[in-house]
Design a protein around this ligand. Structure first.
Ligand code: COA
Length: 172
C-alpha cells in the first residue's frame, strides 16, 4: 500500500491545495493531508479549525485522511509508513525553497521521496495569505476557497462581503 503525505500550513486550505489533493488521491492508495503545527507562523486559524475545514473540503475523497504534526516531517513520514512527501509546484518562484527542502529531507531520511504536482494554471497565483487579505477587505473569495471556508474567513475578520451586496444590486 503506497501512502503519501501532503504537508502544509493550510491557513486556510484553498482550491489550489484541493487541486493537488484531487490529482494525487488517484495516484496513491492513501493520502494524508497533514497540518504543520508551527507556532512561529502565527496562523489565523487554530490547528483544530484548519483540520475541520480540510475535513469538510476533502470529504469526497475516500482515501484521504486529515491529520496534524509537530516536529520533523521526515519523522512523521516514517511513523505513518509514508514513502512519498507530496508538494505542489505553482511557479518557478516555488522551486528554490522546494529544492532546498527536498534535498534536506532526503539527507534526513533517504527512504522518503518528494513528488511534485502542478496545480491547474488557474491556481498558480494563489496562496493563503492573498485569500486572507482579500477576505479581510470584504472581497470575493468564492473562486479561491469552498463556500464554508469563505464564510469562516469573513466571520473571522468581522466583515460583510461587498461582492455579495454587489451581486444583489446587479440582480435588481
Ligand atoms: N495552491 C495554493 N497555495 C499553495 C499551494 C497550492 N497548491 N501550495 C502552496 N501554497 C501556498 C500556501 O497557501 C502558503 O501560502 P502562505 O505563505 O500565504 O500561507 C505557501 O504557499 C506556503 O505553502 P505551504 O505548503 O503551507 O508550506 P509551508 O512553507 O508553510 O510549510 C512544511 C512547509 C510544513 C512542509 C515545512 O515547513 C515542514 O516540513 N515543516 C516541518 C519541520 C521540518 O521538517 N523542517 C525541515 C524541512 S527541510
Amino acid at each position: 500500500m503506497k501512502t503519501a503525505i501532503y504537508p502544509g500550513t493550510f491557513d486556510p486550505i484553498t482550491y489550489g491545495h484541493l487541486d493537488v489533493i484531487r490529482r494525487s488521491a488517484g495516484l496513491f492508495d492513501r493520502l494524508i493531508v497533514t497540518v504543520a503545527r508551527n507556532p512561529e507562523k502565527r496562523p489565523c486559524f487554530t490547528t483544530r479549525e484548519r483540520l475541520l475545514m480540510i475535513r469538510g473540503a476533502v470529504r469526497p475523497f475516500r482515501n484521504v485522511r486529515v491529520d496534524s504534526f509537530q516536529g520533523l516531517l521526515v519523522n512523521y513520514a516514517r511513523r505513518n509508513k509514508a514513502a512519498v512527501i507530496l508538494r505542489g509546484l505553482r511557479a518557478v518562484s516555488d522551486f528554490e525553497y522546494e529544492f532546498q527542502m527536498t534535498l534536506m529531507n532526503r539527507k534526513l531520511n533517504p527512504e522518503v521521496e518528494t513528488v511534485f504536482l502542478m496545480p491547474n494554471e488557474n491556481h498558480s497565483y494563489l496562496n493563503s495569505s492573498l485569500v486572507k487579505e482579500i477576505a479581510r477587505q470584504g472581497g470575493d473569495v468564492s473562486r479561491f476557497v469552498p463556500e464554508p471556508i469563505a464564510r469562516k474567513l469573513y466571520k473571522r475578520f468581522g466583515v460583510h462581503p461587498d461582492w455579495k451586496r454587489d451581486k444583489r444590486r446587479r440582480v435588481r
